[in-house]
Design a protein around this ligand. Sequence first.
Ligand code: HEC
Length: 161
Amino acid sequence: MLKSFKSITLFATGIAVSLSMSAPATAAPEPTWRSDIAPIVAKCDACHGASAPEYNDWMQLDGAKRKTVAPRMDTYPHFMSYVVWPATGAMMRRLDDGSSAGGKPGNMYQYLGGTDEERAKNLKTIKAWLGEGAWNLNRFKAKGDVPGINKEQLEKIKAKY
Ligand code: HEC
């Protein structure tokens, strides 16, 4: 009895040691919505904050109104609805600096910061948070020559809360 207890303890200690050894000592913590992204998206609050209409209500507005009113995107689930669904890729199309969108930055890129440097830094943070290979501008369905998003692309999304 005592012997098996001892060996279990030894076994558990062994697991703990190997777990702690396998974690790279210098790895930067993974970016999260709460610590890294929410503070950036706060820059959008003046137009996209808690009092802005829900996406689905916004979609019901007529075309002219939809150009001047902004849909809500101040929480994690709101934000993700412009990444995944229903507004698949809208976040990437609007925030792109032009490098994925044929040279022309998306019209919301300007709000990522007051200087080129700050905008570039914030975009880099958002891209890293979404995950490598997750910055895709595709819509849910194909449009013209651009195919709809596929499952492999969606699987790249990390976007830790
Ligand atoms: C000065 C007001 C204003 C600010 C600040 C602003 N936006 Fe917008 N945004 C709008 C308006 C108005 C629209 C709707 C008109 C349009 O489509 O361009 C819009 C549309 C969008 C859309 C498209 C939604 C869709 O489904 O088509 C996205 C994505 C977006 N904004 C992201 C952002 C992000 C992220 C920020 C902050 C970095 C931001 N915006 C800052 C006013 C603003």
